[in-house]
Design a protein around this ligand. Structure first.
Ligand code: BTN
Length: 329
């Protein structure tokens, strides 16, 4: 991985200082460059959407920073040891597709692709994912875990519980996960995960985890099949959401989740967190599985990420895939 970009270090220092000034010589020392070179970086940063106050005897402080999606703002908010590439785009067909294209051309990984808008956002089962440029989060994470393909079905539930725990910490809300890939709040869809992979015979080559989170409702309100079924984070909290701050915190969480997946050190934690956030547990559900419709009581997931259903007196049955519907509580 390349050495850290000096601009990232400067922005990190200045953001960390809040309203305080940071002296040019402190920045120069942190970067191992001259004060003139620091000044040159500041001029470059001005061109990238930052505004600074500079006072000769005191140094620099940020007076305005980009509020739209900005890779530098995200990187500067990440802890120094969090190493991953970040690509931010104004518009893209699908961040999952872009992540896969980048992987194919050998871009260094782990890599995060985030877009302000998707023109062909995709959901599970070939559905569209509404991806207006209104401040929602469309993010794909791609990496190459040295993990056997059998482990693949556990990644979506693992990311799902990590999203729930992240949202609970970040926004003080009580999200739930609905097998296999939905994040809900009070039964309304707040987000979803679309996992795609390229496999070799005995290992996962490229693994793309796409996360869509509704942060703002659509400009014309929830309509059509989303009406009464979806919700956005800013409808649930009064705290304004800074997209770069939010994205950085989420990337940091996902980076750790993916490392745990890679090391295989997540199974017990997945069981514990699934139990905490599972919206289906103990409820009667209907599972559409191929052409079959199956009814049973949900009992969480097993170590392989399969849904466990109680159907009559026999042992619990496991299902690897399917579409769940449930009666309203
Ligand atoms: C679902 O609930 O069906 C999954 C939705 C996943 C949407 C995200 S948005 C970022 C990434 N890019 C896509 O095209 N899809 C995923």
């Amino acid at each position: 991985m390349k050495a850290i970009d000096p601009d990232v270090i400067i922005v990190r220092e200045l953001l960390g200082a809040g309203d305080e000034f940071v002296s040019g010589s402190d920045l120069a020392q942190a970067l191992g460059i001259s004060r003139v070179a620091v000044w040159q970086h500041m001029e470059k940063l001005r061109e990238r959407g930052f505004t600074f106050e500079a006072i000769r005897s005191r140094g620099y402080r940020i007076t305005a920073r980009p509020t739209a999606l900005h890779a530098l703002m995200i990187r500067a908010r990440l802890p120094q040891k969090a190493r991953c590439r970040i690509i931010t785009l104004d518009t893209v067909d699908s961040t999952n597709d872009e992540a896969m294209r980048q992987a194919s051309k050998g871009t260094e990984m782990p890599l995060v692709v985030i877009a302000r808008e998707q023109t062909k956002g995709r959901g599970r089962l070939g559905r569209d994912w509404l991806s207006e440029p209104n401040g929602n989060l469309y993010l794909s994470f791609v990496f190459q875990p040295q993990v056997a393909p059998e482990k693949l079905p556990t990644i979506t539930p693992w990311v799902g519980v990590n999203l729930c725990s992240f949202l609970a910490d970040y926004a003080g809300i009580a999200p739930e996960v609905k097998w296999p890939n939905d994040v809900l709040i009070d039964g309304l869809k707040l987000g979803g995960i679309l996992t795609e992979a390229r496999l070799d015979a005995d290992r996962i080559r490229d693994l793309v985890i796409g996360c869509g989170l509704n942060l703002t409702p659509p400009e014309k309100g929830w309509r059509g099949e989303l009406k009464g079924k979806a919700v956005a984070l800013n409808e649930l909290t009064t705290k304004p959401i800074d997209i770069n701050h939010f994205a950085a915190a989420l990337v940091n969480r996902l980076l750790r989740a993916c490392q745990d997946f890679q090391r295989g050190t997540f199974t017990d934690r997945l069981a514990e967190l699934w139990h905490r956030y599972d919206t289906l547990r103990g409820r009667e559900i209907t599972l559409l599985f191929g052409r079959e419709t199956i009814t049973g009581i949900a009992h969480g997931i097993d170590h392989d990420g399969c849904l466990l259903l109680e159907m009559g007196d026999g042992p619990l049955k496991r299902f690897r895939a399917g579409e769940v519907t449930l009666a309203k509580r």
